[in-house]
Design a protein around this ligand. Sequence first.
Ligand SMILES: [Zn+2]
Length: 116
Amino acid sequence: MTGSRAMFSRHPLAQGSLYVSCDDGWLPVIDDCLTRLESFGVPIEIRRIREKMGCLQMSIVAPTTLPTENKIRWADIIRAAEETALKTCEVCGAPGRLRVSETGTYATRCDLHEVI
Ligand SMILES: [Zn+2]
């Protein structure tokens, strides 16, 4: 979470809830997603970026003025990033997978960070 301020400073079009509720291993995934969304040249309204049940969930709203075709691409970019996060350790960014602990906690982790 410590690196999120620096990340958002690189994305001047990002606005709204500039806070991420996940560990730093996913920041490069989010960073890349924001870079792709910036290619539309419109404000990026962030409602929520968080970890939930081991998955990255990003609620990022496209402007209503964006053409439908671009709104579809917008949603595809976000979905692709969420799928990438499911293969990325939330702690360190190494390749990982969704795991569930004996107590029922879900987390996407690499082998090194397997203990939840
Ligand atoms: Zn890891």
